[in-house]
Design a protein around this ligand. Structure first.
Ligand code: ADP
Ligand code: MG
Length: 455
């Protein structure tokens, strides 16, 4: 019975995760375990009081409405503590306040905001993030004045938060006594203003000044609003910096281009190591997708991964992963194979719109120009290698990119449908075996097709 309950709860969690684009919410609820479901009350177990209050304050309403929306389940949710011994530690007051007891275990409470899934192992390094990746790796191996502060900037969804948490997780492993604290600019501002209002500035300052590693996400969010958040942050920054504590900051802009940011802070940031994260190339996108699909057991063919990487409208890696995930879940839900046609029909709003649809003749023209082969040769019975390869590629691309049937393609190439099928299988096999020549050529050809159809 309990096993069934666990399994249902796991299903609920994974459904909620698929449907809610809210990593923060999922992060907090995924470690709650289900105890009972009786008389329309779900009882969940939290590992400590801090998690309990945090979820109660911030996510309970959301969780309830998700259950209602997805399952028409109207129920109450109770959260209890799993272990009485935890209750004395980490007393919590207010919503975003984290009060910490000053004993050895407080390192755990400082690190409670770290996302355990964001590690170096799950981060794909490439041209677009190489420098940021290297400085973060080295910061995780040990403190070096020259590596401080690290300022990572770039557009949304490109991996800044992931990389910063990876440093935090690695430092926790390498230096278990260090207090690694991670906070977003927005939460810091909220917490500062609440502490000010409640006249709890002493404990606020005490908590922050005890940090060994400060991971400060989306620093641009401290700009604006009432009060002197930036002033307070300037003092904190200066203190930690002069105490030789590691500081990592992420932002959406270069220090000098940060609108509204305090001048002194801008100049402090500019004195650090500045690392940009850019948009990944198609190959990097494919590697990121492979890492994601392997990590979450969402197997997809290279063909689909390349198609997604090449055709995704958004530059954000978050959206790229989201698109792959959505396509995978939908194909499972409909119980059909994940093909390019399926992507075109089911996630078209996420993909680049082609102004012009390609015809079989367009593809033949692209191929004959690329390989410098005459059209008659492509359609001829010749079995010479330098004709067979382009012909197979043309057949494959026509089959994948136009609504032509095997029979229809056969008519173009003067062949029967089983020969056409063999040509397609040959290319599919090459892709599966990761045959470099075929994969690279297909890459080049699809770039040309993309340019052609955008004309
Ligand atoms: P940002 O903080 O820049 O907005 P995130 O760090 O939140 O971006 O990344 C968005 C999503 O994309 C996360 O799920 C993250 O794991 C993933 N991601 C981004 N870049 C990479 C990468 N290089 N390797 C693996 N996953 C990545
Ligand atoms: Mg982020």
């Amino acid at each position: 019975m309990k096993k069934n309950l666990d399994a249902s709860w796991d299903t609920i969690l994974s459904d909620i995760k698929e449907k809610l684009n809210d990593a923060e919410f999922y992060k907090w609820i995924k470690d709650l375990k289900i105890l009972t479901f009786e008389s329309n009350i779900i009882t969940l177990k939290a590992d400590n009081k801090f998690i309990k209050s945090w979820v109660e304050d911030k996510y309970l309403t959301k969780l309830k409405s998700a259950l209602k929306e997805f399952y028409h389940l109207e129920c109450d949710i109770k959260i209890v503590l799993s272990d009485i011994t935890h209750q004395k530690k980490a007393p919590v007051q207010g919503n975003s306040q984290i009060e910490i007891t000053k004993d050895d275990t407080d390192v755990d409470y400082y690190s409670v905001q770290l996302n355990k899934d964001y590690t170096f192992n799950t981060f794909v390094a490439g041209k677009s993030n190489q420098f940021a990746f290297s400085v973060c790796k080295s910061a995780a191996e040990g403190f070096d004045k020259l590596n401080n502060p690290i300022y990572i900037y770039g557009d949304v969804g490109l991996g800044k938060t992931h990389l910063m948490h990876a440093v935090g997780n690695q430092i926790r492993l390498n230096f278990p006594k260090k207090r690694v604290f991670c906070i977003t600019g927005q939460l810091y501002k909220d917490e500062f203003l609440t502490s000010l209002k409640k006249m709890q500035m002493d404990s606020f300052k005490e908590k922050y000044s005890a940090i060994d590693v400060l991971l400060f996400d989306d620093v641009e969010k401290i700009v604006g609003g009432a009060g002197s958040t930036m002033e307070e942050f300037f003092f904190l920054f200066s203190k930690l910096y002069s105490d030789e504590k590691q500081i990592i900051i992420t932002s959406n802009a270069l220090p000098e281009e940060s609108i509204g940011m305090d001048k002194r802070l801008k100049s402090r940031f500019a004195g650090g190591l500045i690392a940009h994260i850019g948009v990944p190339s198609v190959d990097e996108k494919v590697t990121i997708l492979k890492s994601f699909t392997t990590q979450y057991g969402r197997t997809m063919s290279d063909e689909i991964l390349y198609y997604l990487a090449e055709n995704i409208k958004s530059d954000s890696t978050r959206d790229l992963i989201g698109a792959a995930n959505s396509a995978f879940v939908q194909s499972k839900f409909h119980n059909v194979e994940l093909t390019i046609e399926f992507l075109q029909n089911n996630i078209s709003s996420l993909l680049i719109k082609r102004d012009k649809t390609l015809t079989p003749q367009d593809i033949i023209d692209i191929i004959s120009e690329y390989f410098r082969i005459k059209l008659v040769d492509l359609k001829s019975p010749s079995r010479s290698k330098n004709i067979v390869i382009p012909r197979n590629l043309a057949i494959y691309l026509i089959y994948k990119n136009t609504p032509s049937s095997l029979k229809g393609i056969g008519e173009i190439f003067n062949r029967d449908h089983s020969t056409i099928k063999n040509s397609i299988s040959k290319i599919e096999q090459d892709i599966e075996n990761n045959d470099l020549y075929t994969v690279n050529t297909l890459n080049e050809l699809s770039k040309k097709m993309k340019i052609f159809s955008a004309k």
